[in-house]
Design a protein around this ligand. Structure first.
Ligand code: ZN
Length: 186
């Protein structure tokens, strides 16, 4: 799960290679990177993060990050959505790449935005049929945790701690209610 993704201003035009500058285009109200030569505007918009909160026997799957930022902190499998894929396909792809889980149904569990890094996060919930995992290069450990076993001081991001808390608050025996939040998570 890469987390920092804010691209710096584009220096040169992707269209004609001339220098870009930051101006407010006509009929717009904020600074954009605009090509000084051909007028191409490089609009930047939020990125979608997709992930899976997976449980087995009332324990949830957490994985330990093998990359910065927050290397060796725990999170749930998640990452950037790719072009031409659906939310659920993206979430399952990330979960498979990072921890090797597959063959499950999942339902949307929680959406929240992280405005200061321009991201929107979508998490799906599933009950796994077994504890089979297979970790990818971005992860160095995986485990299943009950509420009391969660390493709260070693959770990678505040938003993930909230996500995990919501899961245990709702309980996995019921179909989870859809959650949304306006909290400014970090
Ligand atoms: Zn240009």
């Amino acid at each position: 799960q890469r987390q920092m993704c804010i691209r710096d201003s584009m220096k040169y035009c992707g269209n004609c290679s001339n220098p870009m500058e930051q101006i407010i285009p006509d009929d717009d109200n904020r600074l954009r990177d605009v090509c000084t030569s051909c007028g191409y505007i490089d609009y930047q918009n939020p990125k979608n993060i997709v992930g899976v909160i997976a449980s087995f026997n009332e324990k949830i799957l957490l994985c330990k990050r093998n990359t910065e930022p927050r290397k060796n902190y725990w999170t749930v499998p998640a990452g950037f959505m790719e072009n031409n894929e659906s939310l659920i396909d993206g979430a399952k792809r990330e979960a498979f790449e990072e921890v090797g889980i597959k063959d499950y149904d999942a339902s949307l569990f929680m959406i929240y935005s992280v405005p200061h890094i321009s991201q929107v996060h979508f998490y799906f919930y599933t009950k796994l049929k077994n504890m089979n995992t297979n970790i990818g290069p971005e992860i160095n450990k995986v485990g299943f945790f009950s509420f009391d076993e969660i390493p709260w001081d070693k959770i990678a991001f505040n938003s993930i701690a909230v996500l995990i808390s919501k899961f245990f608050e709702i309980g996995s025996n019921e179909r989870p209610g859809f959650q949304t939040s306006r909290e400014p998570y970090t």
